[in-house]
Design a protein around this ligand. Structure first.
Ligand code: ATP
Length: 244
């Protein structure tokens, strides 16, 4: 079944020319879908359109529709969208730096209903990610980049999303830490059945992880397909995989 559907979406910031033009994309339940594209292509804008974060940037969807589980989410505020089951991990590991790991998780669990259910969800996260359990009383500020990204993902999972959106999860991480984050994303998809939509500069890693991918250039989808199809496309190999 289709989880997320973007149907001919156009989006603009203020009175500027549209940043997204006629973007159509689907993510099926249980899928991992990657969005590739150069800087400035509109990838972050597309994620913001889904999670309701455009308005905060003076942007808006001007045409088209966005649907999740068959219902329109266009124009909903970010809190409503979280309650519908979509949670986004923002670019740059936005953890609360002065709070402990455990406090960060509890802050992400505010939709859980009660402190008791938030605590239960935090315990689940510590079981899922033992590396975080060892750090539960450390301030997020003292965590490495990779650990902070792990915390950002765990905090997002506290809201029990059906769709997890990740914006550049490997940005700024050493290659080995980036690999750990990709492995973690694969686990979250496989073991918890969470559908994933991710934007990623590392095209090779993204194609290794994804079931399908889209290429966005200048605000428009220029290619879409399975990783095998995209790897075989000379435009992808030249522009994104560093193959001449
Ligand atoms: P990157 O990989 O550099 O983050 P991206 O593909 O995610 O690129 P966006 O960040 O969505 O691209 O930006 C697409 C275009 O929209 C760019 O031209 C950018 O300058 C513009 N833009 C992004 N955010 C805003 C904003 N808040 N206000 C005005 N213009 C914006």
């Amino acid at each position: 079944m289709t989880a997320l559907e973007l149907d001919h979406v156009q989006a603009s910031y203020g009175s500027l020319a549209p940043t997204l033009r006629d973007v159509s994309l689907t993510v099926a339940d249980g899928e991992v879908v990657a969005v590739l594209g150069p800087n400035g292509a509109g990838k972050t804008t597309m994620l913001r359109a889904v999670s309701g974060l455009l308005a905060g940037e003076r942007g808006r969807v001007t045409h088209g529709d966005l649907r999740f589980a068959g219902r329109s989410i266009r124009g909903l505020d970010p809190g409503m969208i979280v309650r519908r089951g979509i949670v986004q991990v923002l670019e740059g590991r936005q953890v609360f730096r002065h709070l402990t790991v455990e406090q960060n998780l509890l802050a992400g669990g505010h939709t859980a209903g009660s402190l008791r259910s938030a605590r239960a969800a935090a315990r689940e996260m510590f079981e899922l990610f033992p590396a975080l359990a060892a750090l539960r009383r450390s301030k997020a500020d003292n965590l490495s980049g990779g650990e902070q990204q792990l915390l950002a993902v765990a905090r997002a999972l506290m809201a029990r999303p059906r769709l997890l959106i990740l914006d550049e999860p490997s940005l700024g991480l050493a290659p080995i830490r980036a690999r750990e984050i990709f492995a973690l994303v694969a686990r979250v998809n496989r073991e918890r059945g969470v559908t994933i939509l991710l934007v990623e500069q590392n095209a090779r890693a993204a194609l290794a992880l994804a079931d399908r991918a889209y290429v966005l250039e200048a605000g428009t989808v220029v290619l879409a397909g399975t990783p095998a199809e995209l790897r075989a496309d000379p435009r992808v190999s030249a522009a994104y995989l560093g193959v001449a």
